[in-house]
Design a protein around this ligand. Sequence first.
Ligand code: FAD
Ligand code: SF4
Length: 517
Amino acid sequence: MPSKPKPVRRLVIVLGDQLNADSAVFDEFDKDRDAIWMAEVPAESTHVWTHKARIALFLSAMRHYRDQRRAEGFRLDYRQLDDRGCRETLGEELVAACKRLKPEELAMVEAGEHRVQQQMEAAADEAGLPLEVHTDRHFYSTRDEFADHAEGRKQLRLEFWYRELRKKHNVLLDNAGKPEGGKWNYDADNRGTFGKKGPQDVPEPPTFRVHGPTKEVLELVASRFANHPGSLENFNWPTTPGQAERALEHFIATRLPRFGDYQDAMWTDQPFLYHAMLSSSLNLKLLDPRLVVAKAEQAYRSGHAPLSAAEGFIRQILGWREYVRGIYFLHMPEYLERNELGATAPLPEFYWTGETDMRCLSQAIGQTLEHGYAHHIQRLMVTGLFSLLLGVDPKAVHEWYLAVYVDAVEWVELPNTLGMSQYGDGGVMASKPYCATGKYVQRMSNYCTACRYNPAKATGEDACPFTTLYWDFLARNQKRLKGNNRMTMQLKNVERKDADDLAEIREQAERLKAELA
Ligand code: FAD
Ligand code: SF4
């Protein structure tokens, strides 16, 4: 008979995106009296219809973490998804673990998703135990620091927060404490396109061996979640801190120098281009953002990467990543319900299959299903733009993004989706809706050359649906957007449009919406 586990003093909860060994929750960890608790539960893969690769990444990284911690002498209570009697939710598993292990108290680092934090607190209440919640020091800034920054400001903008963090953490500053090169932001240099020749010599991403827990989990996910979206065939994401650091080194050595120039560009059958592919490693906390930023700064100082590339990259991590987290925690839980534009259309079915004759969408969604990855402009200005123009319910859009990307955790996904891409928050994240015609896609990619639609046309059989819906979007939201100075030009253009032409466009838009619904 196996001996009954000893009661523990403190049970330390580690969630699937909290895999940093130096987390604050371990500061006073006593290996003789405390234990780590982790659980894989079905609900975390099904509360949104999760991509197989995202499930596999989380489970594999968790199992690697478990094995490492055990090897270091930590006591771990770990529930596997394929264990007999595995309960549906994290809350149920935690209550059961408390009954079994009889801890005196629980501890955790604040969860990256409001829903999960609520569940942990409810489970602690049910078990009648105190729950100590620690600040997440993986990030440069705390939630309170962001709240202080936001206090009294009518409008929040990335730029001010980013500068504050650059100064505070002495990143890319010269000896006088001024920004390197004299400017804080090289965004204007980050919008290059590939021209007709297309991208040249794009480095292959590094590959990661599938073994041990990864192999085990890929098999489990393939059989248990066979009907979930996405493929596991190309699974190639770092699942350990060692692999994540290798991915970082590879990016700095091969892709960072051109990251700046081509950050916004897209190209057929080129899913990764010069992007870092580090978001999942950062969000699971396999990788420390300070290390990532330091390596990028070092690449600039050593002359390996131009300032526009290093600054452009650092801005994403020290700037955007910290900023969206601040927004999420400042506004949750009501943020999730926001729908400034009153959008109610359902998400088109092709978002789950990639089967559409719109080339840009079939490319962006196709690679998403294949890899669980699309880069920022594909997310914002292809899939995000189309659902914005179509008027899809922002919550449905949010659930799709949360489900299909390997790096999706709600604190980062929700403000980017509901806020930045859908304008559902009415301007908290972005000062205006990111709306454009198909001509934007044409300028930034080669997708339109092989598409049956014409980005310059808003009506007719070959009219680009983005272009048709763009005018319809402006016309239907004219009143709502009127007070926004940054929309003046676009709204003027719609006002100037010939009434008959606009009516024809809007009829075509209605037919399109009906087809897609
Ligand atoms: P790179 O383009 O190489 O950028 C480097 C790093 O900067 C990223 O790894 C990421 O950590 C950070 N970063 C870049 N842009 C942002 C941003 N807008 N917000 C926060 N961090 C940023 N990012 C996620 O990590 N998880 C998500 O669930 C997510 N959902 C998104 C949904 C929408 C609608 C949009 C428009 C963007 C979303 N992003 C999300 C932001 C961004 O698209 C991804 O971080 C990026 O594409 C990840 O690829 P990469 O590592 O190659 O990034
Ligand atoms: Fe996309 Fe329109 Fe270009 Fe086709 S023509 S690829 S639908 S933007």
